[in-house]
Design a protein around this ligand. Structure first.
Ligand SMILES: [Zn+2]
Length: 432
């Protein structure tokens, strides 16, 4: 019995020794990082200090120093120590005056190294307190915009901005700096937005995090979109559905597969356009002139056409046609509507084989249902350069080009961009 006890005692001793070794061997000071990390800040901006340590964060102290006066903002000890501490704070209670100050952060870990004092990380940032919100001055005159269409606005901001642009509902259309130092923004009146809710506002945020948003004069016009009915026949399903069988292998019934593609795959494709829109150039890549329309082509369907889909006299779906259908000869050559960079080529769901070209400033074009694609992702294309041939891939009933113009990820009325007068009056003349 005595022998067993002494072995147990020995084991406890060894365990304590190993524990003490691991406990004391943390000689690494905590990792600590401040976000956002900027040279200027307003007092309302929320900062986050994130601190991590293997033996645990024991204490965090955050203070400001201005004119030899120190003010403590956060002073916390953690019992037990935390692997990770995320401390959010503002400078609102710090009593700072406009101008320079130091933000000091001290993070201590639980290590018994340093005779129990632990390891310490100190971060010190010299910043300027700036609580002056940017002032926005609208320079362009008329802002006439149709539901589904677009409009340009040019404005001035009295200081450097982190971002600026136009807010429409929950969408944000960024503005871009012109050579003149002014900013230009092309914004949309989304086709599906209730005209009563369309109240665009100009917005700017400076590098200190101060924000301003203002209203500006505009004239918005509601659009009465057409509505028609489309009969989905069995022949159509037999020829079109096989290309989607691998996407939804569980759906065997062609009509059910059609509903799935027309409804859910369409939503995914719309989301993908939003994703692609983030890949836009901050430089205008087009020449400011009109966009090319497929030559010698007859219009088949317009932008914003509401559609009720019928199958065997049953209403199976409701969608909106976003783009313009243009029919020419079979396999007609498709020119790039404007200069830009190719950002997508390949199978694009309901659009079939498609090409997406970025023209900069959030403006992009899509060419759908192609039989052949001759452009590659990354190509810089010139206006008129051939990027593929028309076809009937995706949800196309016959050979045609489905052409779409996208702004900030949403489809807008292409007709406006084919009209040199519209472009000049509503977009480019404002930039000068
Ligand atoms: Zn179409």
């Amino acid at each position: 019995m005595g022998k067993i006890l002494s072995i147990l005692f020995l084991l406890v001793l060894v365990g304590a020794g190993v524990g003490a070794y691991f406990f004391t061997r943390d000689m690494t000071p905590p990792e600590a990082a401040l976000t956002p990390d900027r040279a200027a800040t307003g007092s309302k901006r929320e900062f986050t200090l994130t601190a991590r340590d293997a033996s645990g964060v024991k204490a965090v102290k955050i203070s400001v120093l201005q004119a030899q006066k120190e003010t403590v903002i956060v002073n916390k000890t953690f019992e037990p120590a935390q692997r990770e501490v995320v401390e959010k704070f503002t400078l609102e209670q710090a009593g700072l005056r406009e101008g320079q100050f130091d933000l000091n952060m001290v993070v201590t870990d639980k290590s018994v190294f340093n005779f129990g004092a632990g390891n310490t990380t100190r971060i010190s940032k010299t910043m300027a307190l700036d609580n002056r919100a940017p002032v926005i001055n609208v320079l362009s005159q008329a802002h006439i915009i149709k539901q589904g269409g677009a409009c340009g606005v040019v404005y001035q901001v009295n200081k450097d901005v982190e971002r600026s642009g136009v807010i429409v509902g929950d969408m944000f259309f960024p503005g871009y700096k012109l050579d003149t130092g002014n900013y230009a923004c092309i914004f949309a009146f989304p086709w599906n937005m209730d005209p009563a809710r369309f109240q665009p506002r100009l917005y700017a945020e400076d590098s200190a995090g101060n924000e301003r948003s203002i209203t500006f004069r505009y004239q918005a016009k509601a659009t009465k979109f057409k509505h028609d009915s489309i009969n989905v026949g069995d022949d159509f399903l037999q020829s079109k559905m096989p290309q989607f069988e691998t996407i939804y292998p569980d759906i065997k019934d062609p009509a059910q597969l059609y509903i799935k593609v027309n409804r859910d795959l369409r939503k995914e494709n719309v989301a993908k356009l939003v994703e692609l829109s983030k890949n836009t150039s901050p430089k205008m890549l087009w020449d400011g002139g009109p966009f090319l329309r497929l030559p010698n082509a007859a219009p088949r369907a317009a932008f914003g056409d509401g559609r009720t889909y019928m199958y065997k006299n049953q209403r199976i779906d409701e969608e909106t046609h976003l783009g313009v259908d243009l029919a020419s000869l079979e396999n007609a050559q498709v020119p790039a509507a404007q200069s830009g960079k190719v950002i997508f080529t390949g199978f694009f769901g309901i659009y079939g084989n498609a090409v997406v070209i970025d023209h900069g400033w959030g403006l992009q074009t899509i060419y759908s249902h192609l039989s052949q694609i001759s452009a590659k992702v990354g190509d810089d294309v010139k206006k008129g350069e051939i990027i593929g041939n028309t076809g009937a891939t995706g949800l196309a009933a016959g050979d045609h080009l489905h052409f779409g113009i996208i702004l900030g990820g949403i489809e807008i009325q292409p007709i406006e961009w084919w009209d040199p007068h519209w472009i000049k009056d509503n977009i480019t003349s404002k930039f000068q």
